[in-house]
Design a protein around this ligand. Structure first.
Ligand code: SF4
Ligand code: SF4
Length: 463
């Protein structure tokens, strides 16, 4: 593009931005007139009694051996299920006969993050170093184990800090507040409390490093009653470098913070006489637990979308036998209807793993049971192909995050973003297209831009 057309575009964009700012300022006055306090409250979500997604009675908990990251890390499971690698390769070949390269979930994953540096911003030695360093603390806390490994490091099933004397909270609401107050001081962005729900727990669980199944009744140290969900924030500017290697610096760091807080809440509860186990991506699926605990809604990208931070969060949880605690209610704030029209994550997904369709009761991308071995059935949601996502990460030699960076809910906390969020809650259908287009005009959610990686390495001036 010529510098003249560059300047023309910049002027054009700047004009449109000014127009939008003026428009939004006007809308702000209207919104204020509508009653700011009510709007702000609705932005945080409308509470519901029931779980926000429809689930059939036939829905079965997921066997952790069928979880893609576990399968990628297990030689035993790959040897046992050659049909899974075969069917995945057949699908890849059908979709891209010319560019097809054989893929093996376990063998290819072994080389992850060991490939050569590339001559591109975000893919050099500095970028790999900060990504590996970002993950190092979480790995140390988990005793070298993966995020999916049960009973490892801080997420040990031992009850080493359990005291005999049981503390009595004044009331269930008091228990809820005390736990959240502790989570706040340890650094949680958000914390929600819900009852344990077998539908979201892996059954059986699987430790790929030991190639071992684990069972709730036989192996887990107690009968869990409650799950406390903890959220931490990922850095906006680092996420914006997606899908570069840099992005992993904030993913790893947010994981480290999340497991640290879960470990501290675990000790807090054990010191009050309640059994507790910290959990990262093991034991159960974080997203439905977070939705049940009122922390957000499930989005098209398969992640939890939170008020203010969108999907730019990581989660951990604590399972405990504390029962006499008030549970938070699920809340909705318009994500389900917004996702129907938005699709920015699906468009930005380099592996076409994210569906462009409306929610369904099961995956529509294949009917072959050898291909959809890891899918869930009987839950009305956006069903995405996690295998394709895993393949892109391995091919990229780092993870990705495009579906987080591209999401219009992923924003720094500027007033005009919150205003648009508010309008989305008040008049959902009417503003979806406006909000999505405004996001693009303001330059948010763009992925694969090398300037974002260049900017990252200049931001040290701010500290
Ligand atoms: S992380 Fe990347 S590859 Fe995976 S679903 Fe999101 S956008 Fe697609
Ligand atoms: S990018 Fe759009 S469609 Fe995807 S999760 Fe975010 S709001 Fe939903």
């Amino acid at each position: 593009m010529s510098s003249e057309s560059d300047s023309a575009n910049k002027a054009d964009n700047s004009g449109r931005r000014n127009f939008l700012k003026v428009g939004l300022a006007g809308a702000g006055v209207v919104a204020a007139g509508l009653g700011g306090a009510i709007i702000l409250k609705r932005m945080e979500g409308i509470p519901h009694e029931a779980f926000p997604l429809s689930v059939k009675e036939t829905f079965k908990p997921i066997d952790q051996r069928n979880q893609v990251n576990i399968f990628c890390g297990s030689k035993k499971l790959n040897d046992k299920h050659p049909e899974r690698n075969k069917s995945f390769n057949e699908q890849l070949k059908k979709e891209n006969p010319k560019g097809f390269k054989p893929f093996h979930f376990y063998e290819t994953r072994q080389k992850f993050m060991t490939g050569p540096f590339r001559d591109a911003p975000g893919y050099g030695q500095l970028d790999r170093a900060v990504a590996v360093a970002g993950f190092s603390s979480a790995r140390q806390q988990l005793g070298g184990g993966s995020m999916e490994a049960p009973d490892s490091g801080v997420s040990s099933w031992q009850q080493d800090m359990l005291v005999k004397e049981k503390y009595s909270f004044d009331s269930p609401a008091d228990a809820n507040l005390r736990i959240k107050s502790a989570a706040r001081v340890f650094g949680a962005l958000r914390c929600g409390i819900t009852q344990q729900d077998k539908r979201w727990d892996y059954d059986p669980m699987y430790d790929a490093s030991k190639e071992k199944e684990l069972y709730w009744e036989k192996d887990f140290p107690f009968k869990p009653k409650t799950v406390i969900v903890i959220m931490t924030e990922m850095d906006f500017h680092t996420m914006a470098t997606a899908p570069s290697w840099l992005m992993d610096a904030t993913v790893g760091n947010a994981y480290a913070n999340a497991i640290k807080i879960a470990g501290q809440i675990t000790v807090f509860l054990q010191q009050l006489g309640y059994q507790a186990v910290a959990s990262m991506n093991d034991l159960g699926i974080n997203a439905p637990y977070a939705a049940a605990a009122g922390l957000g809604e499930g989005g098209r990208n398969g992640q939890i979308i939170t008020p203010k931070f969108g999907p730019r969060v990581r989660m951990s949880k604590v399972y405990t036998d504390l029962e006499d605690v008030a549970y938070d209610k699920p809340r909705t704030f318009g994500v389900a209807s917004f996702c129907k029209n938005c699709k920015r994550c699906a468009v930005s997904c380099p592996s076409q793993a994210i569906t462009h369709d409306d929610p369904t009761w099961g995956p529509e991308y294949s009917k072959d049971p050898d291909y959809i071995w890891n899918a869930s059935h009987g839950i009305l949601k956006f069903h995405n192909d996690a295998k394709k996502c895993a393949k892109f990460w391995i091919d990229n030699d780092g993870s990705c995050g495009n579906c987080i960076a591209a999401c219009p809910y992923n924003k720094p906390d500027f007033w005009h973003h919150r205003l648009v969020d508010a309008q989305n809650v008040i008049a959902p259908g009417a503003v979806h297209a406006f909000m999505r287009e405004m996001d693009i005009l303001f330059g948010y959610g763009e992925v694969g831009n090398p300037d974002k990686a260049r900017k990252f390495w200049k931001m040290g001036k701010e500290v």
